[in-house]
Design a binder for this molecule. Sequence first.
Ligand SMILES: CC(C)(COP(=O)(O)OP(=O)(O)OC[C@H]1O[C@@H](n2cnc3c(N)ncnc32)[C@H](O)[C@@H]1OP(=O)(O)O)[C@@H](O)C(=O)NCCC(=O)NCCS
Length: 170
Amino acid sequence: MINIRRECEADRETVYELVKAAFASAEHSDGNEHDLVNALREGESFIPELSLVAEQDGQIVGYILFTKLKLDGAKLLALAPLAVLPEYQRTGVGTALIARAHEIARELGYEYSVVLGSEKYYPRSGYVPASSYGIAAPFEVNDENFMAIKLDSEAPSVSGTVEYAPEFGL
Ligand SMILES: CC(C)(COP(=O)(O)OP(=O)(O)OC[C@H]1O[C@@H](n2cnc3c(N)ncnc32)[C@H](O)[C@@H]1OP(=O)(O)O)[C@@H](O)C(=O)NCCC(=O)NCCS
């Protein structure tokens, strides 16, 4: 059974190694995702409630982080990174982490979440091309790989280019 909970300080080293291990075999990686997590935790975009770990078999097997993203006055999030230990991949951990994080994000009043990633993976969690919401990336990217989900059906529409936290170095 998967148990999802908020990351605590004692988990940080484990999360660092987990993110490193997950991205070591990833199709797309800049090799820096584990350091990015450490930097984001120290920044203003960090939301402790949306830094989550998944536990299974008595160990942490997955991690997800959402940080604040700027676009007008809207309440937007960036999903990055999502990482699952290689031996636990394709067992539903990533999907469960996204689902739980979306619930919490809604409770916190966030309106949209944006992700840069595989068009084969994120649509199953409700993501569609961000362009369909009028949300643009601050970098060159294939339309299908820059995705968004509207978390709050009542949220006003948005339009423009998002601004990532400075820690992303974009
Ligand atoms: C991508 C990742 C987070 C997915 O998490 P997961 O727990 O393995 O995925 P789930 O078990 O929830 O979903 C599995 C399904 O997603 C698909 N999937 C998994 N990883 C995928 C990938 N990298 N690209 C496309 N599809 C992927 C598979 O088709 C699988 O479906 P199937 O079982 O029908 O074949 C995980 O594989 C991972 O940590 N990868 C390395 C780091 C990474 O690439 N992070 C994402 C950056 S965008």
